[in-house]
Design a protein around this ligand. Structure first.
Ligand SMILES: Cc1cc2nc3c(=O)[nH]c(=O)nc-3n(C[C@H](O)[C@H](O)[C@H](O)COP(=O)(O)OP(=O)(O)OC[C@H]3O[C@@H](n4cnc5c(N)ncnc54)[C@H](O)[C@@H]3O)c2cc1C
Length: 399
């Protein structure tokens, strides 16, 4: 691996800008498909992928008016177990996939009415949901507060330990021959010599790096999460489309000897505020998350920690006995329609794989399939059709 600060003269079939779960999953699968891959990232995976809660939750994320997103999320969920199994087999490491299901609970009658409206919509979309009264919720999760009004079990929503998963992806990519350059991609370079900033002229010839080097490649994947718009050569109309949506989140741990307090992921609404608790096999419980439009701010605030713990304790009082192990914040790569952006854009040979917003862990395996299809001249699954970059180019009347 070239050291940071050294000019590199590297060539490959494909260079990928960004080593979060999206870029690394694509790198692994592209290398496994026989392509020579270089992945460039100054931090290698320090973005949203390591902050996330790891829910694989197409059902409890399904909202009114997001049918196409639901379909691609269901495709992603169906793909995840075999992808994770292959990852575990290649690396010898467990990624912590849990398939017990998700229990959505409502704290008061108003929260319950809102949950029932969403449940009716999700059922109408063919999704499985089992209504439970307060007692039945506590039968599933004995530490839930008797104050919980009622809930719904979504058996089709799972979780993965996103940190173990991201580490396994990095290991699998390295084993498949992916080379890593620890540097920031500043621009996509085109054969005409320009940096492609005008959007679509020429064919890509590689990327320029912040430290002054270049990587030569006939195909470039921009998978830089919330920072994807900062790469010169991404068409101007797309550069402002991906925005950072801040999320603050807590990681709790069981004290030594304390048995697990949860089996299912809990998604609770407490007087209109949403909170989730995601249990891990190793005793961690992830509590999240805020959703804030604050630009690229990564500070953790006392108010957010208070609110998350308060709401978590309202539905699961035993939370107060867990150890507060970590507080963190990350930037979800959001888009105007909440959908990802996966497909060719700008100069020939440039592919975008970004904008995965709240579901990038869930969508990583399916995104890798779609990206590798594009890189090898095949069509991605039809569920991806609504999520090409073109929807923002035509909407804004720009290329
Ligand atoms: C609080 C929170 C909770 C979440 N919970 C869930 C969840 O439960 N389930 C789920 O599916 N998703 C969840 N998400 C969303 C998920 O984390 C993201 O959608 C996903 O991580 C995006 O992955 P990515 O690889 O595109 O971006 P990132 O993980 O942000 O990675 C981008 C990478 O690009 C690198 N980079 C930036 N600029 C450049 C450049 N110019 N050149 C090279 N590299 C560059 C960065 O260093 C970084 O490593 C959550 C997010 C947050 C913040």
């Amino acid at each position: 691996m070239p050291a940071k600060g050294v000019l590199v003269a590297v060539t490959a079939d494909v260079v990928i800008a960004g080593g979060g779960v999206i870029g690394t999953a694509i790198a692994w699968r592209a290398a496994a498909a026989g392509l020579d891959v270089v992945l460039a990232d100054p931090a290698h995976g320090d973005g949203a992928s390591l902050v996330a809660a790891g829910m694989l939750a197409p059902v409890s994320e399904a909202l009114f008016g997001e049918g196409a997103l639901l379909r691609v999320n269901l495709l992603a969920l169906a793909r995840f177990p075999s992808f994770a199994a292959e990852l575990e087999q290649v690396t010898g490491h467990r990624v912590g996939l849990r398939q017990e299901g998700t229990l959505a609970v409502a704290y008061d009658a108003g929260d319950y009415a809102a949950l029932m409206r969403l449940t009716a919509f999700r059922r109408s979309a063919g999704l499985e949901a089992e209504e439970l009264d307060s007692r039945a919720c506590r039968k599933l999760e004995s530490f839930l507060s008797p104050d919980v009004h009622g809930g719904v079990l979504f058996p089709g929503d799972w979780s993965v330990d996103n940190r173990r998963y991201a580490a396994a992806l990095r290991q699998a990519a390295a084993a498949a021959g992916v080379r890593v350059v620890r540097d920031r991609v500043t621009a996509v370079l085109t054969a005409g010599g320009a940096d492609g900033a005008d959007g679509a002229d020429g064919w890509v010839r590689g990327v320029a790096l912040a430290e002054g080097g270049e990587i030569g490649a006939a195909q470039v994947v921009v998978a830089a999460g919330s920072w994807s718009g900062a790469v010169d050569g991404v068409p101007a109309a797309l550069r402002s489309v991906v925005r950072p949506v801040k999320g603050q989140l807590l990681r709790l741990r069981h004290p030594d000897g304390m048995p697990p307090v949860l089996t299912h992921t809990i998604r609770a609404t407490v007087r209109g505020a949403d909170v989730y608790l995601v249990p891990r096999a190793d005793g961690e419980v992830v509590v999240g998350a805020t959703q804030e439009e604050r630009g690229p701010d990564l500070t953790v605030t006392a108010g957010a920690v208070h609110d998350l713990l308060h709401d978590a304790m309202s539905v699961l009082p035993v939370t107060s006995e867990l150890i507060l192990a970590e507080t963190c914040a990350g930037l979800r790569p959001g888009t105007p329609d909440n959908g990802p952006i996966v497909g060719p854009a700008g100069p020939g040979g440039v592919l975008l794989a970004t904008g995965h917003y709240r579901n990038g862990i869930l969508m990583s395996a399916a995104t890798a399939d779609a990206a590798v299809a594009c890189l090898t001249g095949r069509a991605p699954a039809p569920e991806w059709e609504p999520f090409g970059p073109g929807r923002f180019l035509t909407r804004q009347g720009a290329r």
